[in-house]
Design a protein around this ligand. Structure first.
Ligand code: NAD
Ligand code: UGA
Length: 452
């Protein structure tokens, strides 16, 4: 029997659920898409002029479809949509477990399990349930069990359709994905979801696998990306010790077509809500299956990242200490073009600097200052303040630390800024975005990641 998807519900209106459903609604005008969330404030923001997620291009997509075939509803108003849905995406968070078996490593599936129970109790007829959240391999077994034991006569197919978008480029990634992955058991269900994506994605880019390959591929892809960042960061420290230049080394490595040029940018360490939790999940899975050497291998990717963050924090403190007590910190988001600061290296590095007694003036183009300040146990206090512009943060500073690669930080007028700083100002560039020669000419002492 051919299955067709006309009505979609997505549970979870976060960084994945919101943008992903907006692009599906935009590209498939004949499909009604409803996004529900248990957090009414988040839904209210999706229905307002200021969306809860900053992504280049997102506002325009939402404006085109919201109220037409894209709807954001609090969960308690979403029942009718859920009952009418042919397909339900689960796009809720799957953070690292804090308590119980596997605490500190395994993924916490309690939010996903709550969704499965909610679907089982409320869905009607036949529904395709789609894992959009990143799950440990074999998580679909758990969902199947919950759906089966709680269902009130409804029937289900389960698909794994992991999301590969990166924040900051989410709309581009969704509109022109390298691939769409659909893992499942029944070909009819896989075909139904493939037909949705085929409305704008090349058929050759739609990859079909079994459920377990799909679940594992997502974890493996993130682990490979994180491993590349840790690899280039490991090389960056050796560059500093040997007077090699990490950008030059990366260019040489990346020009080998077998390796490729992307994801070779040395940095203060990777952040974001997923790399750490997904690699930890992989480590846990390896340990669970008694695969100690693979577990240790992936754990080393994370250890390298912690080492890099600590190394940068301490080096920045040392570099600044020679000159300063007052440091301008430019960039708090875990990467440019997002307002997301989950697991951002800036939190760890600011903590090192606060512990070392520095006064910090923080700047970011998109991060919410009140929410960021709440990350620090001391709360808002005299040693941490926000500036409205990089110029304001740098005014009166003795040192400048760049932690996010916002394009505008590459265009700062260092000559003009020099006049507003302390005696012998230092710059520590954790992203290699500062115009180094201009800053040095203006009289700053500049230190860059992976460079002499
Ligand atoms: P998020 O925290 O931004 O959003 C999750 C949303 O789910 C929240 O709004 C929360 O209120 C809601 N929620 C949680 N439990 C719920 C429940 N039982 N019922 C209704 N709503 C519920 O998370 P995110 O960044 O969108 O990530 C979601 C998933 O997608 C994770 O598994 C993540 O690993 C994966 N992922 C994230 C990205 C990314 O760039 N952020 C990319 C690919 C995959
Ligand atoms: C990453 C993956 O790229 C996505 O494919 C995946 O869908 C997503 O995780 C997820 O599962 O959540 P994201 O974390 O949004 O996306 O952003 P990335 O561009 O991967 O950057 C992650 C971190 O690595 C950032 O802190 C970034 O600054 C850092 N990074 C990245 C480097 O330090 N150097 C690089 O060369 C690339």
């Amino acid at each position: 029997m051919k299955l067709a998807i006309q009505n979609i519900v997505c549970i979870g209106a976060g960084y994945v659920g919101g943008p992903t459903m907006a692009v599906i609604a935009d590209r498939c005008p004949s499909i009604q898409v409803t996004v529900i969330d248990r957090d009414p404030a988040r839904i209210a923001a999706w229905n307002s002029a200021t969306l809860p997620v900053f992504e280049p291009g997102l506002d325009a997509v939402v404006q085109r479809c919201r109220g037409r075939n894209l709807h954001f509803l609090p969960q308690d108003q979403g029942l009718a949509a859920l009952q009418a849905a042919d397909a339900i995406f689960i796009a809720v968070n799957t953070p690292t477990k804090l308590v119980g078996d596997g605490a500190g490593k395994a993924s916490d599936l309690s939010f996903v399990e709550a969704c499965a129970r909610y679907i089982a109790e409320n869905a009607a007829g036949h529904t395709i349930v789609i894992e959009k959240s990143t799950m440990p391999v074999r998580a679909a077994d758990t969902i199947k069990r919950i759906l089966k034991s709680n269902a009130q006569g409804a029937t289900f197919d389960i698909l794994s359709n992991p999301e590969f978008l990166a924040e900051g480029t989410a709309i581009r990634d969704l509109e022109k994905p390298d691939r769409v992955l659909i893992g499942g058991e029944r070909p009819e269900a896989i075909d139904a979801l493939a037909e949705v994506y085929a409305q704008w994605v090349e058929p050759a880019a739609i990859i079909r696998t079994n459920l377990w390959s799909a679940e594992l591929s997502k974890l493996a892809a993130n682990a490979f990306l994180a491993q590349r960042v840790s690899s280039i960061n490991a090389i960056s420290s050796l560059c500093e010790a040997t007077e090699a230049d990490v950008d030059q080394v990366a260019k040489v490595i990346g020009s080998d077509s077998r390796i490729g040029p992307k994801f070779l940018k040395a940095s203060v360490g990777f952040g974001g809500s997923c790399f750490k939790k997904d690699v930890l999940s992989l480590v846990y899975l390896c340990e669970f299956y008694g695969l100690d050497a693979p577990a240790a291998y992936w754990q080393a990717v994370l250890d390298m990242n912690e080492w890099q963050k600590r190394r940068v924090g301490l080096a920045a403190a040392k570099h600044a200490a020679a000159y300063a007590r007052r440091i301008a910190v430019l960039g708090l988001a875990f990467k440019k073009d997002t307002n997301d600061f989950r697991e951002t290296p800036a939190i760890d590095i600011c903590n090192y600097l606060l512990a070392a007694g520095f006064h910090l003036l923080l700047h970011d183009y998109r991060v919410d200052s009140a929410a960021f300040t709440r990350q620090f146990s001391s709360g808002p206090d005299a040693s941490l303040a926000f500036a409205k512009s990089p110029e304001e943060a740098i005014r009166g500073a003795d040192a400048v630390l760049v932690l996010t690669e916002w394009d505008a930080y590459g265009q700062l007028d260092w000559v003009a800024l020099r006049a507003t700083c302390g005696q012998a100002p230092a710059i520590f560039d954790g992203r290699n975005v500062v115009n180094r020669s201009a800053a040095e000419k203006a009289g700053f002492v500049v230190r860059c990641i992976g460079k002499a």
